[in-house]
Design a protein around this ligand. Sequence first.
Ligand SMILES: [Zn+2]
Length: 243
Amino acid sequence: MSVHSTSSDAVDTSARKAVVVFSGGQDSTTCLIQALAHYDEVHAITFNYGQRHSQEIAVAQAIAGELGVTAHKVLDLSLLNELAISSLTRDAIPVSSALQDNGLPNTFVPGRNILFLTLAAVYAYQVGAEVVITGVCETDFSGYPDCRDEFVKALNQALCLGLEKPLRLVTPLMWLNKAQTWALADRYGRLDYVRARTLTCYNGLVGEGCGECPACELRARGLQMYLADREQIQAQLATKVAL
Ligand SMILES: [Zn+2]
């Protein structure tokens, strides 16, 4: 176990039903693949907030169908687009990896994960799921404050209090780097599937993407790292996640 590992990183095999916050990207698709191997019922939930790459919804629907989830809920969240102005919600603002004055990249959508996880928890409540899984990651992501472990744990506590339910927010990728996330997909025999079918690119291109935006660069660098030394990265992964 890594020093960072906590109960919320681990797959809970005693739980029967899980809800996965699902965008059709590499990270959440890997979480979905893992969840399908460990839970009897897996519900995917996708939010339509008028994101820059609108085909994200169609990609998510296709993947959810191919992988065979119990149900896939697509929820309209256009109010987020109205309130939160970022390069992911406005075509007129180009995506940039440069940090703004507030220390965050302009892809940060304020409140996104607060809303996503809260609504996923309400959905979990409705379908009787004990677990909500999200692919947020603190390790090599862009420093989004709502991807931090501390935030997820605090919201988990608030949700349990507010819903009067023992719900758990599970973050399988929290301490993984991108190479290790590729290793996780590979462990479930889905490396090629995730490579070909998921959409991470900020310019909306499936698979390898545009190759130039920050999301493509991160994804490609992680894949190169993993393919260069599969064995070692699988060994690193084994120390970080309970499979
Ligand atoms: Zn791209």
